[in-house]
Each structure stands twice: as C-alpha cells, then as structure tokens.
Design a protein around this ligand. Structure first.
Ligand code: UT7
Length: 331
C-alpha cells in the first residue's frame, strides 16, 4: 500500500510585523513579560479589509505549487483547516478554491483549532492511501488580528496570536517514506476553556448588543488550564504515535511542537527527553498562528535543509476543544 508523501510545502505571512513594544500601544504589557512567559518576540498582522485568511492561504498554496512545479489544476482536492474562516459560512475552502481558479474539485473545511492541521492530515492521508485523491492541498491558515480585544482584559490572549498560512501538497509514494501514522484525540470537557462564544447559532439572535458589550465575540481563554493540559497531552500522544511504529524518542530527527508558547514546547521537550537539536521552534518570529504553525515550521525546515530526506519527523499539537494529536512521518 502506498504511503502519503509530502510533495511540497509553502507558507505566507502578512508583511506587517508587530513587535511586543508596539503592543504597548493598546495594552499594559512589556517585551520582557511576553518574552519570559511565551518566548514571542513579534508576530505578523494583516491589513484589515485588504487581506483575508483565504488570501494568505492562496499565497502559501502558490508557493507550495511553485516549489513542486505543479499547477493549481493538478490538484484533486483542498482541505482547509482554520478557526478563523473569512465568514461564518461557507468555510475558507471554497474561497481558496475560487482564488486558485479550480472549480469543481472538493473543498473540505476542518474546524479543530490548534490541532486542525493534524486532523486535516489524517483525512488527507486516508484519501491518498485509499487512492481517492492523488494530489491533496492541505492548508492551515489563520487571521487572529481582526478579532483582538483591545480592552485591558484582552491582553493575556491578544499578545499570543499572529496571522499566517502554511500549505502542504500530499500525494502517494511507495519508497517507504511518508506519513507513518496520525493519532487524534478530543475531550469536550475543555470546550469553554478556550473559545469564542458569539456569533452562536445556539442563541437568537446569534449576536446581540449585549454580546458585543460583554465582549463575547472575542476569544476567551483560561491560559493556565490550556497550559496544564497541553504539557500532559502532547508528550502522551507523541509516545502513543512512537509506540505504534515501534520507535522511541531517540529515533526522532526533528520534533515540531505546535507553537503555542515556548514554555509549553520546552516542557514537552523535557518530558520526551529530547535534545535541543531534535526540536524546532519559531514562535519568536510568528507567535501562535493556530492551524498554521505546523505547516509554516515544516516549510522553514524543509527549505533550510534542516529536515532531510529519510529523517523521522514528529509533529504534535494541543488546543481548543480540547483537541490534540501527533503525526509520525518518514520525510
Ligand atoms: O494553542 C493554545 C493557545 N493557548 C495557549 O497555549 C495558552 C497557554 N497558556 C499560556 O501560555 C499562559 O497561561 C499565558 C502566557 C497566557 C499566561 O502566563 P501565566 O504564567 O499563566 O500568567 P497568569 O495568567 O498567571 O498571569 C500572571 C500575571 C497576572 O497578573 P497578577 O494577577 O499576577 O498581578 C496577569 O494579569 O500576568 C498578568 N498578565 C500580563 N502582564 C503583562 C497577563 N497577561 C499579561 C500581559 N502582559 N500580556
């Protein structure tokens, strides 16, 4: 049976760089606090009204297509992971499809937040291995900056997030390389610990003046609970993936954790007993781009040569839902 291989990768972030110092325009915060607590130095924000998530996704996709010497018409389907779609519905997939100019091919939207890329990878992997689709474009794309709470209460969450998109093109190969496994989990017990309550089809009207006054249209997070769960679930699901393939942490050439907080990544690294040279972090430059962190990092390591053919690559994520997962990949 063929395995799902990474034909190519690409990413795109908006031009505008927002430093920690610039955030002091809106919040009582500091470069020292943000760096010490999160490892973030800067992030990219879109120009509101000029760039949507599907625009970032388009540029990431074009970069991946160019790298693979493929045209958009070579794609068989799109899988689009995001928690910040351009609109409540339809999802980002169809907007990206229209911008790519490939009418007719299916576009699947994935709503699994920080784990969205891994959930998307699992579906794409099954489609490729079954022979249903040969060239799958998998995207993780987010625009957080248009949803920032600029009141004082918004500072804990708003300093963490950035905008960006990552793309991978997947297809079958039979030389043993490719996706060895994807393990996924969810536990709805944590749903309200990191969520955006409004607009909501559970209520009428879906968004009210009261919601706006109370700031329910902004994401809300219990940061400590996210942290506490992430540092348990991520090592656990990496061990699950390694064990399923008769591998150990020593076999890992490169581990890319979801970029939520450098302290989370360091705690996970420590629990897995990994050396610094086995782990890649880029949160310092991008902040948390949710579904986009893993494909952005993958493109960076693939292009820089840090990730080489035959290397064992391990991905893991944890986030809102709760949802979490890992992928074990022979690059
Ligand atoms: O992909 C999943 C997405 N989310 C995450 O991964 C978040 C995981 N959690 C975290 O990263 C951390 O919990 C945070 C970085 C959000 C917060 O770090 P913490 O060490 O848990 O800080 P804290 O919430 O306990 O707050 C400590 C202090 C508080 O002040 P007092 O009560 O001690 O006076 C906060 O009000 O830091 C204050 N604070 C800030 N100070 C400066 C909170 N946000 C800020 C800020 N700048 N931006």
């Amino acid at each position: 049976m063929p395995r799902t291989q990474f034909i190519s990768t690409g990413f795109h972030v908006p031009e505008r760089i927002v430093t920690n110092d610039e955030l002091r325009t809106w919040w009582d915060t500091s470069d020292e606090w943000i760096r010490a607590r999160t490892g973030i130095g800067e992030r990219h924000w879109v120009e509101p009204g000029l760039e949507a998530g599907s625009d970032l996704a388009l540029k990431a996709a074009q970069s991946a297509l160019e790298r693979a010497d493929l045209k958009a018409t070579d794609l068989d389907c799109i899988v689009f992971a995001t928690l910040s779609p351009d609109y409540f519905f339809p999802g980002g997939g169809v907007f990206l499809q229209r911008k790519l100019g490939v009418p007719g091919i299916p576009a699947l939207d994935i709503r699994n937040q920080c784990s969205g890329f891994l959930y998307g990878l699992s579906v794409a992997d099954a489609w490729v291995r079954s022979g249903q689709y040969k060239r799958v474009l998998l995207i993780g794309a987010e625009v957080h900056s248009t949803g920032m709470d600029f009141s004082p209460g918004g500072r804990d969450l708003s300093v963490l997030f950035g905008d960006g998109a990552g793309a991978v093109i997947l297809g079958p190969g039979d030389d043993g390389r490719g996706v060895l496994s994807v393990h996924l989990h969810a536990d709805g017990v944590g749903a309200e610990q990191l969520w955006c309550e409004s607009e909501s089809s559970a209520r009428m009207p879906r968004i009210s003046y009261d919601d706006l006054d109370a700031g329910r249209h902004f994401a809300r997070m219990n940061g400590r609970e996210v942290f506490r769960n992430a540092v348990v679930r991520m090592p656990e699901v990496v061990r699950e993936g390694l064990a399923a393939n008769d591998l150990t942490a020593e076999d890992i050439d490169l581990f890319i954790p979801h970029q939520a907080n450098l302290r989370i990544s360091e705690a996970v690294q420590k629990q897995l007993g990994l050396r610094d040279d086995q782990v890649y972090n880029n949160i310092e430059r991008f902040g948390n781009t949710t579904a986009a962190t893993l494909p952005i990092a993958m493109d960076e390591v693939a292009r820089s040569g840090r990730l080489k053919e035959g290397d064992l690559l391990v991905l893991s994520a944890f986030g809102s839902g709760w949802t979490w997962g890992s992928a074990i990949i022979r690059w």
